[in-house]
Design a protein around this ligand. Structure first.
Ligand code: ATP
Length: 645
């Protein structure tokens, strides 16, 4: 691929810090890859480059592209997510970061722990914020780099007494984490940033480690991530790429001011722009441009297609999600029969839940697919059961894992487990814990033998999981009706683990950046339809994109209505979704008729009515082909070509 003038200028930029600010499909990712290649080819030491991406998948893809451009040097480049990068240093320098051996916990564990903290601190009070709210408060405050009290006063309606109680619950939660040696997702960045800014030795060591810091998807970084970049730069040079119109993670604390205010924050920086979109045809961009232009915010983006004209986007009204699913599956099969590979198709959904009918239709029709962004493999109950065994071996103070593991066994209830755990928490290694269990639970020799057999294979992650599956199989089989289906996941875990050097690294990788079951199953297959949530689809593209659930209540999502900032973020979600399509964008949803939404007797949206805000309610007819047109007698050629492919 030959870079255009703007891309080349950015890739070969010889000044200090730079921000590449550009719209969707303008080659930001291609440019950052080209810049890394350029730096290495001009003599930069690959080991002194740090490439930060939003997902592990993005890092893997960039490395893959780099490998073809610069060969083995690509292996030396540190590339990964902020969380991976920070964790690697917490692990490498535990003393400097004052962060001993720790277990990473996921949201499920956070909720469990918060439940305990809430119950201990305030007892039962139905009106008090729920564990999920408390986890969210804590997470948002840290990611936006605010004290919890400041956050609660500024962003919630809680009265001063409740604020004080929430603080007490969160203190209890923190104490519990310390006691169990847990790190939650936000702690990773928080601990790293705190030492980076609070300890001159750490700062000096890290600042002397890199020459170039390259950041993809800058618009989705949060204030805490900014703090990290700010602490790492100078003499290292920042090269950040981003698009403010694609900022869709404000709900997690992302701050698109990191892009908007880059020039003020980094006074000696240069902002470079890319204008031409190489991904989509002009018709797809006309619709995307129109969507952004409806916003009260000035995005100042008018995407121009380098590819020229193509097929107009289609907006298809369906009666319900079943009809939608059937239609998508039939259309996919028609296209595949016409020799288009499955891989050319991507189905974008708001949520995993909203795509269940489409997923069922894919399965029913034997359409091979992988799902990206839904319920994740490590979150399913039987996998958590198995992981609990691995986790207690890795961290003997992992209270939540002990509770789960012990209670798997017959005749061990909450009380017996809690008593044993009280003793275990005083210990420092698994060998002592086994001794203690042998004494306290003398009639549970089978369980103790099971732990010992896994310890024996501990150094080989694949074997450790195989052993754990065998020794737990008999008891798990009795717990789950659909055991045969679940058992297959254990084989999947073994396959994934075989690529890791330790059990811990395996668990951490997929806790930090979760993988869905279907994604894991199909990792090596390449001709598949991709079913993906819009949030996971950032940075991806496909020739044909189906955007399902384009309806009031989804765009903007009902939950965001009434909050201007959230509604605006919803517009950007739709914009991200539309701009994934290269050749064809097909939107399906309920209730559209001749440019206005007409409540239908048998349709789900009837009760909320057509007054619900909807981004496409004023959509000019000329921007899309509608199903009404598709069904009319004077079908034009373009529509026939779409249908008769
Ligand atoms: N100079 C070019 N010539 C031809 N194709 C290009 C050029 N630059 C980028 N492309 C292609 O355009 C598409 C979009 O590029 P890329 O994914 O880098 O854009 P992006 O700005 O990161 O997009 P987004 O932010 O929407 O994810 C890719 O298919 C890429 O190969």
């Amino acid at each position: 691929m030959e870079l255009n003038e703007g891309q080349r200028k950015a890739a070969e930029f010889a000044g200090g810090h730079a921000l590449v600010l550009a719209g969707a499909g303008t080659g930001k990712t291609s440019t950052i890859v080209a810049r890394v290649a350029h730096l290495v080819q001009s003599g930069a030491d690959a080991r002194r480059l740090l490439l930060l991406t939003f997902t592990r998948r993005a890092a893997r893809e960039m490395k893959y592209r780099l490998k073809s451009q610069i060969g083995a040097a690509a292996d030396a480049i540190a590339a990964g997510t902020f969380h991976n990068f920070c964790l690697s240093y917490l692990r490498r320098w535990p003393d400097l970061f004052q962060c001993p051996e720790l277990t990473i916990i996921d949201r499920d564990d956070q909720l469990q722990l918060m439940k305990l903290a809430r119950a201990t601190t305030i007892g039962t009070d139905a009106a008090f914020p729920k564990p999920a709210d408390l986890v969210n408060y804590s997470s948002y405050a840290r990611n936006t780099n605010r004290g919890i009290k400041t956050y609660l006063v500024e962003f919630t309606d809680l009265d001063p007494d409740t604020v004080a109680q929430v603080q007490a619950v969160l203190n209890n939660y923190t104490d519990r984490k310390r006691e169990c040696r847990y790190l939650d997702y936000d702690d990773i960045l928080h601990f790293f940033a705190r030492r980076l800014h609070g300890d001159a030795v750490v700062r000096q060591k890290l600042q002397s480690r890199y020459d170039h810091l390259l950041v993809d998807e800058m618009q989705d970084t949060n204030p805490l991530q900014w703090l990290i970049l700010d602490g790492l730069r100078d003499p290292a040079k920042l090269f950040c790429v981003g698009d403010d119109a694609q900022s869709i993670y404000a709900f997690r604390g992302a701050d698109f001011q990191n892009v908007h205010s880059f020039a003020e924050r980094v006074p000696d920086s240069t902002t470079l722009k890319l204008n031409e979109n190489y991904r989509s045809t002009q018709e797809i961009l006309d619709l995307s441009n129109w969507l952004l232009n409806q916003s009260p915010l000035k995005y100042d983006k008018e995407l121009r297609s380098a590819r020229g004209p193509g097929i107009k986007p289609v907006l298809l009204e369906v009666d319900d999600d079943l009809e939608e699913a059937d239609w998508v599956a039939t259309d996919l099969m028609d296209r595949h029969n016409g020799n288009t590979p499955w891989r050319d198709h991507m189905i974008l959904t708001r949520t995993a839940y909203a795509s269940r009918s489409v997923e069922a239709a894919l399965i029913e029709n034997d359409i091979p697919y992988r799902f990206v962004g839904g319920t994740t493999l490590l979150a399913s109950a039987h996998v958590k059961d198995l992981l609990s065994m691995l986790r207690v071996i890795d961290n003997v103070t992992d209270q939540l894992a002990w509770m789960r593991f012990l209670m798997l066994w017959p005749r061990i209830g909450e009380k017996t487990a809690a008593k044993a755990i009280d003793g275990i928490l005083q210990l420092t290694n698994i060998a002592d814990a086994v001794k203690l269990l042998r004494k306290r639970l003398a009639d549970k020799q089978e369980m103790i033998a099971a732990i010992e057999s896994v310890i024996e294979t501990w150094q080989k992650p694949r074997e450790a999981i195989e052993t754990a599956s065998k020794v737990l199989g008999k008891i798990l089989e009795k717990r789950y009706d659909d055991w045969d289906r679940r058992l297959k996941d254990f084989a999947l875990l073994q396959r994934l683990a075989s690529k890791h050097e330790s059990v811990r690294s395996f668990i951490e990788t997929y806790t930090l950046d979760p993988i869905t079951e279907s994604e894991a199953q199909r990792q090596d297959a390449d001709d598949l339809v991709t079913l993906i949530t819009v949030h996971s689809a950032k940075g991806t593209e496909a020739p044909v994109c189906y955007l399902i659930g384009v309806a009031p209540g989804n765009y903007p999502h009902a939950r965001s209505i009434g909050d201007d900032a959230q509604e605006e973020e919803e517009r950007r979600v739709l914009y991200v979704a539309m701009t994934r399509a290269k050749d064809e964008l097909i939107m399906t949803g309920t209730m559209r008729s001749h440019g206005a939404f007409v409540p239908h007797q048998n349709r789900r949206w009837t009760s909320s009515g057509s007054s619900q805000p909807y981004f496409l309610s004023n959509l000019p007819d000329h921007l899309v082909t509608t199903d009404t047109q598709m069904l009319s007698d004077d079908f034009d050629d373009e529509i026939i070509s779409f249908r008769d492919r």
